[in-house]
Design a protein around this ligand. Sequence first.
Ligand SMILES: [Fe+2]
Length: 364
Amino acid sequence: MRLSGVLKSVAPVPGTIPRPHFIPQFVRKTDYVKPLRQQDYTIDCTRYQNDLQSNIELKGRVTDLFRRVGLVHLINTGTLDPVTLREPFKHILGLGSIYSGGANPRQHISDNVYETGAKKDQTLHYHHEMQYAHQSVRSISFMCLEMSQSLDGATYFADNIGFTRDMESRAIGQKMIETGVRITRRWTDEKYYKDKPLQNYYNHWQTSFLTEDPRVAEKKAREQNNLVDIEWDECGKLTGHYYPPAYEYCPFIDRNLFFYAISDHAIWFDTDSNVIGTPDKDRPLIMSFADGTDFSDDEIGECVEVCDNHGLKVNWEPGDAVLACNYRFLHGRPGMQLKEGEVRKLGVVLGERFERIGPLPGKY
Ligand SMILES: [Fe+2]
């Protein structure tokens, strides 16, 4: 087995075949990856603090870095105001998407700025934002609103150009391209869970689709998420399948890139306290090959490892903001145990939405 990122300590779920618990390392030193240096994507905003929202030079530097690198980290901004922190990226983000059709519920902070929504102790595997959905976003911004000094609350970004090249040269990457993958999504019914513990809960369809009407939810699932074979069970649970293209054309670099990461596999929930005891086949998000075959343990481990090979760590100070191209970068972070009094509060702004078109000919 080549699973260097694996821990086998999790007890098997009753009635299921135990499989390893995949723990990403997020960053790995390899001899074939030349990592970005901090200065390659960082802008010190000390001299822009007085007019961060409107400074033309800053706007130009953000545009230039986004075009060339796809990742921009603003430091020393002098503010903790989420709307002000969003402004230097606004021309690239667009107006910011209303969050719907997503997987995890997010709380609104301010004017298109949301809480990141994930549990702190959950490991978030590298992923493209909304890669499971037919409508994704071109870019994403994070801002650090609070961060305890004692806490390592970093976010990690993986270079998807390198990841794509790497996967194309491997049997697992070719298999994903040739066979395709199937993503199964499942939403619970808020009414059913009213007086019950949130076991196997990830998101209710009411929250995700911003409606109380199941017909509207189903319509959005079909039309916005391109889900097929939609089913409702007796508990009001909505299930559907999506067959995404392996590649997505990235307009920023005029090139097709992989838009697959293994994060949509049931492994996403291995550290989610609501879902951890649920067999893979019943989890809220499942990824298999398009013909229904499961990924082997080796294949999952290799996908995790290859992504880690292209990762870099971005440390946060309160007032920092990051803009990432959602085609050229994946993001993730380890689970963390916050001690008494420790805080980590990040805001997120979703950029302009786009509908998946898959690869364009001649753009590989
Ligand atoms: Fe995310």
